[in-house]
Design a protein around this ligand. Structure first.
Ligand code: NAD
Length: 384
């Protein structure tokens, strides 16, 4: 079974889907591995390291993909007219394509028409058994860490209280909006740097987690918050009435904050606006907003998605879209391990090939196409 790993050409992606460490393990499973030259350039991984791990390194995508049975990606392969290489057309029919494919119904149809079996890792169910292959968690964790580091860099005062002979510099007040995987890591990192941290979320479980990390809870609780969590563990979209009440408490905390880290997301929707224009206007000049939700529109009204820094009333708003990509080495290591765990879990040792068991909850959740047909309920044509 030939496993192919391409360079990421979409949207300035810096992460990679396989590292020399995972290449070795795929070879131990019985694969041959082909990688594209320059693959790991932005993640600190050289062609020589891949070759030493046992991969064949080729200069062009066509050779890498020739005869491939498995293709590993971070982002979806490029299609016709999307870039300098039509990657989709080069992938052999019948191959298994694994990545964070971000597919819609049309993309799912395209995979089916090309006879590709597509697995989209961001659709994996958030169940205990899938934790070690959960790319959303591994990447959000690092994004939460990186957000605080970038905030510290953009902030022109210190995080910890600094007592010096020349006087005392107070600790930074850090407000974290959204305390899921990224938010909890942001809380822990900001506390490690010496910040005074408070955080807000709508799920009752998150309130307990915020407090267990030593941060203060900022929030508005009512009957709606008691049922704010879906059966999948995600937050529900809150009503406009609730969001208005929440805004009142967040406004008070934001006015005192030096740093606001935004991480709130609602599945399948635009990210909720938790920091409106009036709140940004009331923030202290020199304070910093880091918007991890920029890719989903942003939690801050002043965020310009994709814009490194926008300055509004002296407040710096960081709106990068790809936060895990800003810590590409570690993010690639964890992402690559997630894919390795997925494939070893669904691996036929006799045949030395993937065996995606149709009835398994993980496969039901993540597989988009199989044997030329769309199989994922999200992408099936709607019944008339
Ligand atoms: P997410 O990225 O979808 O959202 C980030 C956070 O934003 C969530 O905590 C959410 O409650 C919060 N949020 C949404 N609307 C908000 C609002 N109006 N104000 C403030 N906060 C708001 O979430 P995630 O980090 O992917 O985690 C989702 C859930 O899945 C969590 O409960 C997490 O613990 C759980 N999880 C479970 C597993 C597992 O294997 N069991 C793995 C990972 C995550």
């Amino acid at each position: 079974m030939r496993l192919a790993v391409l360079k990421e050409r979409r949207g300035g992606e810096t992460r990679v889907a396989a590292t020399p460490e995972t290449v070795k393990k795929f070879i131990a499973l019985g694969c041959t591995v082909a990688v594209e030259s320059g693959l790991g350039l932005h993640a600190g991984l050289t062609d020589a390291a891949y070759a030493e791990a046992g991969a064949d390194v080729f200069a062009d995508a066509a050779t890498v993909l020739s005869g491939a049975g498995i293709v590993l990606k971070v982002r979806a392969p490029l299609g016709t007219g999307e870039g300098e290489v039509d990657e989709l057309m080069l992938i052999p029919r019948g191959a298994l394509v694994i990545g964070t494919l971000g597919a819609d119904a049309a993309a799912a149809q395209r995979f089916a028409m090309l006879g590709l079996d597509a697995v989209s890792m961001e659709l994996l169910p958030r169940i205990t058994r899938a934790q070690s292959m959960d790319v959303l968690s591994s990447q959000a964790n690092l994004a939460g860490y990186r957000a605080v580091i970038e905030a510290a860099f953009a902030y022109d005062k210190g995080f910890p209280m600094l007592m010096t002979a020349a006087g005392t510099i107070p600790a930074a007040n850090v407000l974290v909006l959204g305390a899921g995987v990224a938010g909890l890591q942001a809380i822990a990192t900001a506390r490690r740097l010496g910040g005074r941290v408070s955080a807000s979320d709508v799920r009752p479980a998150a309130k307990e987690e915020i407090k267990s990390l030593g941060a203060a809870f900022v929030g508005y609780e009512d009957e709606e918050t008691k049922a704010a969590q879906t059966s999948g563990g995600y937050a529900k979209a809150m009503s406009p009435e609730y969001l208005a009440k929440q805004a009142e408490v967040v406004a008070v905390a934001a006015a005192k904050a030096d740093i606001v880290i935004c991480t709130a997301l609602v599945q399948g929707r635009r990210a909720p606006i938790l920091l409106n224009e009036a709140m940004v206007a009331a923030m202290k000049p020199g304070s910093v907003v880091v918007d991890l939700a920029a890719e989903a529109g942003g939690n801050c009204a002043a965020t310009v998605p994709g814009e490194a820094i926008t300055t509004v009333n002296g407040v710096k708003v960081l709106g990068y879209r790809n936060w895990p990509g800003r810590i590409a080495g570690a993010a690639s290591n964890l992402y690559a391990r997630n894919l390795l765990t997925f494939l070893t879990t669904f691996w036929d040792k006799e045949a030395k090939a993937p065996l995606l068991v149709e009835t398994d909850d993980i496969i039901k959740g993540a597989q988009i196409t199989r044997a030329g047909a769309v199989v994922h309920p999200n992408f099936l044509p709607k019944a008339a």
